[in-house]
Design a binder for this molecule. Structure first.
Ligand SMILES: Cc1cc2nc3c(=O)[nH]c(=O)nc-3n(C[C@H](O)[C@H](O)[C@H](O)COP(=O)(O)O)c2cc1C
Length: 194
């Protein structure tokens, strides 16, 4: 008789798959604040991401009201200069409505391979974080817009540009609207070899 491994058809596995598939990038949030303990737990879970040589290259900056307000004013300034005051006001209003702000950085390395692996590890950590929050009913959005490469943003958050790069600005909150998404069928992205 052929030896079988543990069952992979359990409800727990189907539920886990639903969390992975169901997580969506959220743009519109309710004003309901997310408990800080939940965010801390999600960050702690994020640090269990795989990371080569266990370099633990991630750093997490949880922004409070004052820092968020400075970021909103910064984006207003950037967009106003790039476009016009109306566009700046629109963007600032939109950003001010994001309930939770978290910046994830990756420690820099002179070694190109290590830098690439560390960035990959940080990406895995962000995914851990987003999935943990999603399971708790909290949506998020990972952004890498212009602001995340702007010197003034580094100054506001207190990031040393010589030592860290920004992996993303993560907004989070209870979703007001969950958009639909689709993915390519498996046979378009998977190759099976003999
Ligand atoms: C590294 C990274 C950077 C991203 N940056 C942005 C961004 O700057 N603006 C944005 O609208 N979405 C951004 N996203 C979110 C993607 O647009 C989103 O994941 C994609 O549309 C698929 O939607 P889903 O997350 O709901 O599956 C980013 C995602 C990743 C992984």
């Amino acid at each position: 008789m052929k030896k079988r491994g543990p069952s992979f058809e359990t409800q727990a596995i189907r539920d886990f798959g639903e969390v992975l598939r169901g997580r969506r990038t959220i743009n519109l949030y309710l004003a309901t604040p997310v408990p800080e303990e939940l965010v801390s737990s999600a960050i702690e879970a994020a640090t269990w991401a795989p990371n080569h040589h266990v370099t633990e290259p991630w750093r997490f900056y949880l922004l409070g009201k004052t820092t968020i307000a400075s970021c909103v004013e910064l984006v207003r300034d950037i967009v106003t200069k790039k476009k016009d005051a109306r566009a700046g006001e629109f963007k600032a209003k939109n950003w001010a409505e994001k309930p939770g702000w978290l910046v994830v950085t990756c420690q820099k390395s002179d070694d190109e391979v290590r830098q690439r692996e560390d960035y990959a590890a940080c990406s895995a950590a962000v995914q851990n974080l987003m999935l943990y929050l999603w399971k708790a009913g909290v949506g998020s959005k990972w952004t890498t817009g212009d602001i995340t490469r702007e010197d003034r943003f580094f100054d506001i958050v207190g990031i040393d540009a010589d030592r860290e790069t920004v992996v993303g600005l993560i907004w989070y909150g209870y979703p007001k609207l969950t958009p639909a998404q689709s993915r390519k069928p498996l046979d378009e992205v998977m190759t099976k070899l003999p």
